[in-house]
Design a protein around this ligand. Structure first.
Ligand code: GLN
Length: 493
């Protein structure tokens, strides 16, 4: 392979790491091409908030290490982007909010450090809805990100920059966060692979909190194998996040997830309630996936998860309650004694300080405070937690019967920028199929499932029982290698 003949920027993560390690090309050449690609497509896509100007130099240092015979990690040289709500030492982390416009973290999130230890090169920080609240990446201080498949449409959200940067080949892997679907939704809309791990598999240390009991950091890439490779690097216990556990294969890091395809006939259940009400072309693609699995001797049937009807209300109640508490810290004041000037008025000061939040974030803080208030706590917050328990129980019994559950990732096709931005309820409704996994804490992922008649991406969602990521990845890999996935295409930018 010669560097000039190959578009290095278009390679997947595993191919890059191999090429760099075996010195078929240098990390510097590759990263240089990635940077050029960014310059070419960013005016159209707007996925990046901050570009790491030191990336080429870091690649050069890695090349030297390899030439000197040093050991390098499994992601040697791979270009990675990071959602801008995950802390990067010395690189600003804005959460797409005016509140954190100038915040430069003094430390790296554990997931970022692990990627770097594995040899990855962070090429920049990518766009999101403010504080990860949204499904389109339109609620951003940095302007909307555009869908690389059709730049008049949304890329999904809130990790829209994550998915768009991967789909537009501005990096091979990206990390997003998924509180109610934020990795899977944009993965589906941008025709890439995105995974939300089991709650507790991946450290949240350094992830700016939106709703702690629901969220996980998750990887996105163009292939199931690359997502598995990224998950292997970031998974596992972290002393700095006490909700984390050791990765299941063994207690020793690194974990090892693969994408070899299914080894034994799996029991696959299609969740009826998730397909009901979905766009016809999306529903068709989901049913077609059963043919793929049946072709591999899997036992496939329709099944039912009745409590899906409570999922969305329960999710938004809990998410907003947790958000109102988490976001209380952004007050522009910390500790100290009273030096208030004459005429200082507390309410006026805070009204001004809290005006740093956008409309959607404010809406959620207010609603969250309301559902937690003494008069309404039982009626809303407690009810939502009860519904969450029912959903968890129902899912547990389904996983006694099925190894993998399938459904759509998104009930609709990627829509136009501006189409739902003024209607919060319509916006919340698009999360109906993704929030289930967050409420239950189970792993879920989106895999490309072809395109609609007018060339818009469709995503298949897979879910598995807690810590059964490997089974889910195997099923995803089998589906990916079938013709239904439409993985062979790339956007025309
Ligand atoms: N769209 C959902 C919300 O706005 C999910 C966001 C996320 O997963 N961060 O809450």
């Amino acid at each position: 392979m010669t560097a000039t003949a190959t578009k290095l920027y278009s390679l997947g993560a595993l191919a890059v790491a191999q090429g760099v390690r075996e010195r078929q090309f240098s990390a510097e050449e590759y990263i240089h091409q990635v940077m050029e690609r960014m310059e070419q497509v960013e005016p159209k896509v707007n996925a990046f908030v901050t570009v790491n100007k030191g990336a080429v130099e870091q690649a050069r240092a890695l090349d030297k290490k390899i030439r000197d015979g040093g050991q390098v990690g499994p992601l040697a040289g791979v270009a990675v982007s990071i959602k801008d709500n995950i802390c990067t030492k010395g690189m600003r982390t804005t959460c797409a909010s005016r509140m954190l416009e100038e915040f430069v973290p003094p430390y790296d999130a554990t997931v970022v450090r692990r990627l770097q230890d594995a040899g990855a090169i962070i090429v920049g920080k990518v766009n999101l809805d403010e504080f990860a609240m949204g499904s389109t990446t339109e609620f951003s201080r940095h302007g909307p990100t555009r869908n690389p498949w059709d730049i008049s449409r949304v890329p999904g959200g809130s990790s829209g920059g994550t998915a768009a940067s991967v789909a537009a080949m501005e990096c091979a892997i990206s990390l997003g966060s998924d509180t109610g679907g934020s990795v899977r939704c944009p993965a589906s809309f941008c025709s890439i692979v995105g995974l939300k791990p089991t709650y507790g598999l991946v450290s949240r240390y350094g992830l700016v909190s939106y709703a702690n009991s629901l969220e996980q950091v998750g990887p996105a890439a163009r292939t199931v194998a690359d997502v598995a490779a990224a998950l292997s690097v970031i998974a596992g216990h972290d002393d700095r996040d006490h909700t984390t556990v050791a990765a299941p294969q063994d207690g020793n890091r690194p974990a090892h997830y693969s994408a070899a395809g299914i080894k034994k006939a799996l029991r696959v259940g299609l969740v009826r309630e998730l397909v009901e009400g979905a766009d016809e072309q999306v529903a068709k693609a989901v049913y077609r996936s059963l043919d793929v699995f049946a072709g591999q001797s899997c036992k496939c049937e329709e099944t039912s998860l009745p409590s899906v009807q409570y999922a969305l209300a329960s999710y938004y109640t809990i998410a907003m309650a947790e958000a109102s508490s988490n976001l209380a810290r952004y007050d522009n004041v910390r500790y100290g004694f009273d030096m208030s000037p004459e005429g200082y008025e507390w309410n006026a000061y805070f009204a001004k300080a809290r005006a740093g939040f956008g409309e959607e974030v404010k809406r959620r803080i207010i609603t969250g405070a309301y559902v937690l208030s003494s008069g309404y706590y039982g009626k809303y917050y407690l009810k939502a937690q009860q519904a969450r328990s029912v959903l968890k129980k129902e899912l547990k019994s389904l996983f006694a019967k099925y190894d993998v559950l399938v459904g759509p990732t998104m009930p609709i096709l990627p829509f136009r920028i501006g189409e739902k931005v003024d209607d919060p309820l319509k916006m919340y409704l698009v999360d109906i199929d993704t929030v289930v996994a967050n409420l239950a804490g189970i792993p879920a992922m989106s895999v490309p499932a072809g395109f609609s008649a007018d060339n818009l991406p469709i995503g298949l969602q897979l879910m598995a029982d807690e810590f059964q990521e490997q089974t889910m990845l195997d099923a995803a890999a089998t589906f990916e290698s079938s013709s239904s996935s439409g993985m062979q295409r790339s956007p025309d930018l």
